[in-house]
Design a protein around this ligand. Structure first.
Ligand code: FAD
Length: 465
């Protein structure tokens, strides 16, 4: 009765299995690929022989659950924290947005007012919208679940510059959709829970190791509990007797289980569930309705440093108004080359481009952002296209995101996890961890999410609660 099958070894599957093991169960985690981490992992690049992250993955101080997972895995010390963000403002030097020692939500005020990227009129407009976001509180954003965030920008009279230089870069980076596409509540969450709630909340965490290494300890933890990870094992179907899910079918045969946790994306779950099974569980009726949005990650290698100007080096840069959204300085690799990683979110338009064109466009943006890099060309470019990077958190989506447990009318021993489940978060590692913790809690009847990082006292008093 202790045997639980977890389908999928991404962040959600790892989070669920760790909590199941802690509760005394013996999870068997089945993962198609020969490595853990799902979309948030690294790959061996056959062309260069390097181990590369499929894309830069950022956590923030407000991501309490994924940080808890890192603690449980013993890898929390491999996250490096950046309290500030750098905003390119070519041909001038980048602006620094860093919290001051002021209570939230005023903490970003001084640095925001100093940003030369934004005119005074633009800052006033953004400030007015921020005030409204504070006053509406966390509950107020629920009313925006069925409307695009752009409608809120219209209502608050945001100018073209405010949108292009501030709202779009933040929203597209965090939600992987434009302001016109993303549901208002998801974009609002980014500003309310990261920017406005407190200095720590918006602090950006970047792994100092390759992403894959973050999950290495999971095998030991699950093994000690009597469970196992079976890599390179695909689930082909879930065995269903009309009432319960009795096990999973793999190429090696049927694996019986007392309960099953699915921690795979909705399209994959649709492939392994039969029509009768989907008809038996309301959580499975909308699997075909989830759409995805792509992300493009581009690894660039230079013989000379480029993420710098005549004054300082930049660990990262936001590129407002440009096609490339973020640049990250990944340091010097073993061969002495300077590694820069570029990220383009909502990258539909880039998916058909070849690597040479991608590289050219990204390098043009780098040269624009940091004029002192002009004339320095990459000696290697490696682009990674993730066509199904994240589910599209569009208006109305929350109504079809399923909960973790069967409730009164679902398949009683089937539990659902994955960033697309009903976590209240867009597709993020935090959302995936929450879904895994929630699925484990629904199964064992205890545990669950760790508390959110509370907003500062003044922020709460002003409405952020
Ligand atoms: C390019 C990119 C950049 C991103 N940047 C960020 C970021 O900066 N910050 C952030 O928080 N999030 C980011 N995300 C989102 C984040 O990676 C995901 O939200 C999260 O990793 C999803 O985890 P998951 O476990 O729900 O799903 P997945 O990672 O998709 O895991 C599912 C796993 O199930 C396996 N699987 C599928 N079908 C089967 C089957 N039939 N049998 C067995 N195994 C199966 C898959 O191989 C996979 O390993 C990014 C995503 C991408 C793609």
């Amino acid at each position: 009765m202790k045997r639980v099958v977890v389908i999928g070894g991404g962040v959600a599957g790892i989070a669920a299995s760790i909590r199941l093991a802690e509760a005394g169960l013996e999870p068997i985690v089945l993962e198609t690929r020969r490595k853990l981490g799902g979309r948030a992992t690294s790959f061996d690049d056959p062309r260069s022989g390097r181990l590369l992250d499929n894309c830069q993955h950022v956590v923030m101080g407000c991501c309490s659950n994924v940080l808890d997972l890192y603690e449980r895995l013993g890898v929390a010390d491999r996250i490096e924290w950046h309290p500030e963000t750098w905003w390119a403002n070519s041909p001038r030097r980048p602006d620094r947005l860093r919290p001051a020692r002021l209570p939230a939500p005023a903490h970003f005020g001084p640095a925001f007012l100093r940003m030369r990227l934004l005119s005074t009129d633009t800052k006033i407009l953004i400030g007015q919208a921020m005030r409204r976001l504070v006053k509406m509180g966390f509950a107020g954003r629920a009313a925006w679940a069925d409307r695009p965030f752009a409608a809120f920008l219209d209502e608050t009279g945001q100018s073209a510059d405010a949108r292009r230089l501030f709202w779009e870069p933040v929203v597209v980076g965090a939600c992987n959709l434009t302001c016109g596409e993303v549901a208002g509540n998801h974009a609002m969450q980014v500003f309310q829970e990261a920017f406005l709630a407190g200095g720590w909340h918006a602090t950006m965490g970047l792994a100092t190791c390759d992403l894959r290494s973050l999950y290495d300890p999971a095998a030991g933890i699950i093994g000690e509990a009597g469970g196992t990870f079976r890599l390179g094992t695909s689930v082909r179907g879930i065995a269903f007797d009309g009432i319960r899910a009795n096990g999973v079918v793999t190429d090696e045969g049927l694996i019986h289980a007392a309960a099953i946790v699915s921690a795979i994306p909705p399209d994959r779950l649709a492939m392994i569930t039969s029509g009768p099974m989907r008809a038996s569980d309301p959580r499975l009726t909308h699997l075909d309705e989830f759409e995805t949005s792509p992300i493009l990650g581009v690894h660039l290698f230079f013989e000379r440093p480029v993420m710098r100007d005549d004054v300082r080096s930049y660990p990262h840069l936001v590129l407002p108004g440009r096609d490339t959204h973020w640049l990250f300085d990944k340091g010097v690799d073993e061969s002495g080359l300077h590694h820069v990683h570029a990220v383009i979110s909502a990258a539909d338009e880039w998916m058909g481009l070849n690597e040479a064109t991608v590289g050219r466009r990204v390098v043009d943006d780098l040269h624009w952002a940091l004029p002192s890099s002009r004339g320095i060309e990459p000696v290697e470019v490696r682009s990674v296209k993730e066509k199904r990077a994240t589910f599209r958190a569009t208006p109305g989506i929350d109504a079809i995101r399923p909960g973790p447990g069967p409730g009164g009318n679902g398949i009683p021993n089937l539990y659902l996890a994955g960033d697309w489940c009903d976590t209240g978060w867009p597709a993020t590692m935090e959302g995936a961890t929450r879904s895994g913790y929630a699925a484990a809690a629904a199964l064992v009847g205890s545990g669950g999410l760790v508390p959110d990082v509370p907003p500062g006292l003044l922020a709460r008093w002003a409405g952020l609660r």
